[in-house]
Design a protein around this ligand. Structure first.
Ligand code: C2E
Ligand code: MG
Ligand code: MG
Ligand code: MG
Length: 295
């Protein structure tokens, strides 16, 4: 057990290749059961409209509570799961959860959208749009309240397969967003050709804005480019007031980040929403206690 914990390198211990392969192999073989046994959870991080603080929706972000390794972040297991067909099951799982949330919000007169991250395999799957369409009908959710986030590199992995899938999704009326924008190799030239509605500025630029003038320039030009293409522009990684103020000045439409809230479990997200609504009725404050809630 101690040796296994050491395998995450937290204690400065360098895991051997054997240990790395063993762990990856375990993650692949255990994922299906993890999904069925409740180890996989969906957390929600709010997105707010700028310059006001209206909550317009939330991004669904997956977490794995592994019985042996503890809480695993998606950056560790998504690439492993992506290498198998299991990512289809993951996407369906997250989409189902997200649609239940949207329906529940609608039933309480809250018109908020949920964003689900897609993987490269979903974009290559021509049956995916039909499954989305069926799920929207089954949950009685209007398509414009479901957003899919995809990276440029996942589209560009096989544009001939992914572009028709994206077009079909867009015909359904769901919102498409380019995630991690600015990190791809062909950003500007390709954005115009992608059938998308929204662009999310990669958090590395937003985090760097306070200290690095070139990050500031990148953020500003993405906002301008996005607007000139009539896209909504979202900034992720908004951690402080200075970044938020700058984004407001630049005319960025939407903000997401630790300043507003970390990703929260379903229960904590609902509590956060509740506290904020109550507080909003009384005070003119931008951000309340919710900002520091940790998961
Ligand atoms: P992403 O889609 O770009 O999600 C944003 C990531 O930034 C999340 O990391 C979020 O917790 C983090 N973040 C948000 N605000 C801040 C901030 O203010 N500061 C900093 N430093 N970080 C912030 P997370 O949850 O670890 O997810 C990592 C990536 O894993 C996601 O990046 C996404 O690409 C992928 N992912 C997550 N859930 C899913 C899923 O259900 N399916 C697929 N295919 N990929 C997923
Ligand atoms: Mg995302
Ligand atoms: Mg991102
Ligand atoms: Mg990412």
């Amino acid at each position: 057990r101690a040796a296994r914990n050491d395998a995450d390198g937290v204690r400065g211990y360098v895991p051997s290749m054997g240990q790395i392969f063993l762990r990856r192999f375990q993650l692949v073989t255990q994922f299906r059961q993890a999904l069925d046994s409740g180890q996989i959870e969906v957390h929600y991080q709010p997105k707010v409209a700028l310059p006001d603080r209206r909550v317009i929706g939330a991004e669904a972000l997956v977490r794995w509570s592994h019985p042996e390794y503890g809480r695993l972040d998606p950056d560790e297991f998504i690439p492993v799961v992506e290498a198998t067909g299991l990512v289809d099951a993951l996407t369906s799982f997250v989409m189902e959860r997200a649609l239940v949330r949207v329906r529940d919000w609608l039933d309480r007169d809250l018109r908020m959208s949920a964003a689900v991250n897609l993987s490269v395999r979903n974009l290559a799957d021509e049956s995916f749009p039909d499954r989305v369409s069926e799920a929207l009908v089954r949950h009685a959710v209007p398509p414009e309240l479901l957003t899919f986030e995809l990276t440029e590199s996942s589209v560009m992995a096989d544009p001939e397969r992914s572009l028709p899938v994206l077009r079909r999704l867009r015909e359904l009326g769901v919102i498409l967003a380019v995630d991690d924008f600015g990190t791809g190799y062909s950003s500007l030239a390709y954005l115009r050709r992608l059938p998308v509605d929204e662009v999310k500025i990669d958090k590395s630029f937003v985090l760097g804005m306070g200290t690095d003038l070139s990050d500031m320039a990148v953020v500003r030009s993405i906002v301008e480019l996005g607007h000139s293409l009539r896209l909504q522009v979202v900034a992720e990684g908004v951690e402080d007031d200075a970044a938020r103020d700058k984004l407001v000045q630049m005319g960025c439409d939407t903000a997401q980040g630790y300043l507003i809230s970390r990703p929260l479990s379903e229960e904590r997200f609902e509590a956060w929403l509740q506290a904020r609504t109550v507080r909003e009725a009384g005070s003119g404050k931008w951000y309340g206690e919710g900002q520091n809630v940790c998961t």
